[in-house]
Every structure is written in C-alpha cells, then in structure tokens.
Design a protein around this ligand. Sequence first.
Ligand code: O7M
Length: 214
Amino acid sequence: MPKLMLALDVLDRDEALKIVEDVKDYVDAIKVGYPLVLSAGLKIVEEIKKLCNKEVICDFKVADIPATNEKIAKITLKYADGIIVHGFVGEDSVKAVQDVAKELNKKVIMVTEMSHPGAVQFMQPIADKLAEMAKKLKVDAIVAPSTRPERLKEIKEIAKLPVITPGVGAQGGKVEDIINILDENDYVIVGRAIYLSENPKEAAKKYKEMLNKG
Ligand code: O7M
C-alpha cells in the first residue's frame, strides 16, 4: 500500500502546526513548499519535525545552474529530509543537489511530468526522457501525475523508482484510478482535500484508509 504525504501549503505558521497536530496519526510524510516557507521561514521544518517526528520534504522544485542548486540544497537539507528538484535543467544541475544530499544522507526527488493541464504543453513531450535520466542518476524518487494515471504508469515503468504522485483530491485525481499502479515505496500527495476540509483529521484518516484498502 502506498503512503500518504500531506502537502502543507497554508500560509500561516500556527495554522500549519495545528493541522500537523491534527493529522499526524494518519500521514506518513509532510511536504512544505514556497507558500509556507516564504510565509513562516525555513525553520518551520524543524518545528513540524519536532511536533510529529515525520519525514519533511521541501518542495522547492529547484531549477538552476549547478553552483546555485548546490547552495539551495545546502541550506534546505540542513533542516529537511529531502528536496524536490526539476530535471529539465539537466543532469549536472540534479547531480549538484545529489552530491550535497549524499553527504548529509538526505533524499533528492526529481519532477518528471507535472499534474496540471499545462504540463502537457512542454513537460509531457520530454517526460519519458526525464524518467530515463532519473533512473540513470538513481535519484531517490520521482514526481509523476495522479491526474493522468496512464502517464503515471508509463513513467513509473521507465524510471523503476519510487513515485511521489500529486493530483488526488482538489485536482480531480482519484485514489481508485491509481492505487493498482502504486506500491509500498510510493507516496500519494494530498493537499487541499485535507487542509481545506472542515475536519482535516477525518479527511486524512479517510485518505489513509483508502490507501490501505488498495
Ligand atoms: O492536493 P493539492 O492539489 O492541494 O496539492 C498538490 C501539491 O502537490 C501542491 O503542493 C503542488 O505544488 C504539488 N504538485 C502538484 O500539484 N503537481 C505536480 O506536478 C507536482 C507537485 C509537486 O509536489 O511537485 C514536487
């Protein structure tokens, strides 16, 4: 059964910590990105970890030259267990982050095809090649879309790596359409369908149960 990763894209520190407290029994990892870190600072990662003792991944979709990627990775991985990078900038940029992560025993997760409709414009045509590159570089996991289950399957088959998949809930993706593609090393990312729900704890529990049943 795949694991559940909460996308904690709220803008307020106290609200973020309250949600973590509420859902911590049902989520396996927490992903924070620009919305929360630009609002609350990178130290929010430490606070979240202290509160729930779960893996916290920074989704910064790093996409710069190797020298700059290295600096971003060094700062981020002081706090986070893993960092998400873009692959389209090329092998050298991804490797620069992997070098930092290896020294700190942290994870690098690489985006292939994104989940939003616009991703078919430029990303989809190169996504299979990105999946091949991810395999070659042996990144720790890739990101592929729940909104296009057939693409999720194809990309996973090419990369043969754990997958972290967004798009379930607010973006229209459904657990039942992806559950047979995934295994115990994969994560399903859910954000708004949990943190915007009237009862985030119940919503997280519901998703966890759906994943367990699969
Ligand atoms: O469940 P949602 O739609 O509220 O949140 C989905 C989260 O996944 C949100 O944090 C997005 O930034 C992220 N995401 C996508 O939605 N689509 C992608 O293709 C990639 C990501 C992502 O996490 O990239 C690493």
